[in-house]
Design a protein around this ligand. Structure first.
Ligand code: THU
Length: 157
């Protein structure tokens, strides 16, 4: 038996204002997208935005349903919307943020959204940079879904 250790690298910015211009715009698009969330059951509004290879920004927000599992997270709403409209453009970055009880709050992609991001990385052959809004307004930047979803399912079907 051989014990191994996995190290996950990530960076943090002190605020949205400190982000490089293109990422600041992406996070601001995610913040704006929280306004279009449909979240009558959780009251937790999530906004996401993906940046494509040519700079196009596609927003998404969580869309809930009375049959709870039928709803969809903000991240997959944005990713699927981008893929449906611009299938030829690689997804390069995704920003996500929550809005609850009058203020922005932390949000980090769920496992299912990470699996979908992993698929787009394979499909387009590039890593996706993920920006998460953290409590207090800091921003976490993780480059590559492998860091978010280690040992992900892969198969040649
Ligand atoms: N949600 C997202 O949209 N993205 C996440 O990363 C986590 C959770 C949504 C699902 C549900 O509508 C609400 O947030 C509460 O879980």
């Amino acid at each position: 038996m051989e014990k191994k250790r996995l190290t996950i690298a990530y960076a943090e910015y002190g605020s949205v204002a400190e982000l490089p211009e293109e990422y600041r715009q992406l996070m601001e698009a995610a913040m704006a997208a929280t306004e279009n969330a449909y979240a009558p059951y959780s009251q937790f509004h999530v906004g996401a935005a993906v940046r494509l290879a040519d700079g196009t920004v596609v927003p998404g927000s969580n869309q809930e349903n009375i049959a709870y599992p039928s709803g969809l997270c903000a991240e997959r709403t944005a990713l699927f919307s981008a893929s449906a409209r611009y299938p030829q453009l690689a997804v390069e970055a995704l920003a996500v943020v929550g809005f609850h009880e009058g203020g922005f709050c932390e949000a980090s992609p769920c496992g299912a959204c990470r699996q979908v991001m992993a698929e787009y990385e394979l499909r387009y052959g590039n890593e996706i940079t993920v920006l998460c809004y953290l409590e207090g307004g800091r921003i976490r930047q993780i480059s590559g879904v492998k860091s978010l979803l280690p040992f992900a399912f892969e198969a040649e079907l």
